[in-house]
Write a protein of this length. Structure first.
Length: 185
């Protein structure tokens, strides 16, 4: 979702800059020269009077643009992945487990399962409540129930015990790799 918003905003910014460049290159109105006003006296008299409510719509549109820009900025600053986990070492101290290391370990173990062609793992959530998002790409001959049971059983149990977590919720998404149809002769 955020990637789509980023591409859309980038395309709009590009179109706006292209229009501004075209306007500057052709020196058309409203850039009629250094001393020419942006709005003529007639245009100011016709459009900028206090009657009518159209300018409230303009202000509401600008306020909406500002709110959307602030939402977009907040979404850019938010970190989607969990960087590290604090692991209790048992002696009253804590060790730091990098999130990427846990992701790579789970991906390697799940990728070695029978029938799994590829595996991608993302650690999300908060430090006190992490969760995994696992995307398994299955081979055409694989049984999805078996792959899911193997992931939920030994793989996630091993990840839970190695990170000293009482629970580690996981969301698994399964996809079958595309393969060419067999020819019958």
């Amino acid at each position: 979702m955020l990637g789509l918003v980023n591409r859309t905003l980038l395309a709009l910014a590009g179109l706006l800059l292209l229009a501004a460049a075209g306007s500057v290159l052709t020196a058309s109105r409203p850039l009629g020269g250094r001393h020419a006003p942006l709005l003529t006296a007639e245009a100011r008299q016709r459009y900028w009077h206090a009657e009518g409510g159209w300018w409230w719509a303009v202000l509401a549109g600008l306020a909406l643009c500002v709110l959307l820009a602030l939402w977009w900025l907040a979404a850019q600053l938010r970190r989607p992945r969990l960087a590290a986990l604090a692991v209790d070492t048992g002696d009253g101290a804590f060790a730091v487990l990098r999130g990427r290391a846990l992701e790579e370990a789970v991906a390697a173990e799940a990728g070695a399962l029978d029938g799994v062609a590829d595996c991608r793992v993302a650690l999300r959530g908060r430090r006190d409540a992490p969760r995994l998002r696992v995307a398994l790409e299955l081979e055409p001959h694989a049984v999805p129930a078996d792959a899911l049971a193997a992931l939920a059983g030994p793989v996630l149990t091993h990840a839970r015990t190695s990170a000293a977590l009482p629970e580690l919720p996981a969301e698994a998404r399964l996809k079958v790799t595309s393969h060419p149809a067999r020819r019958v002769t």
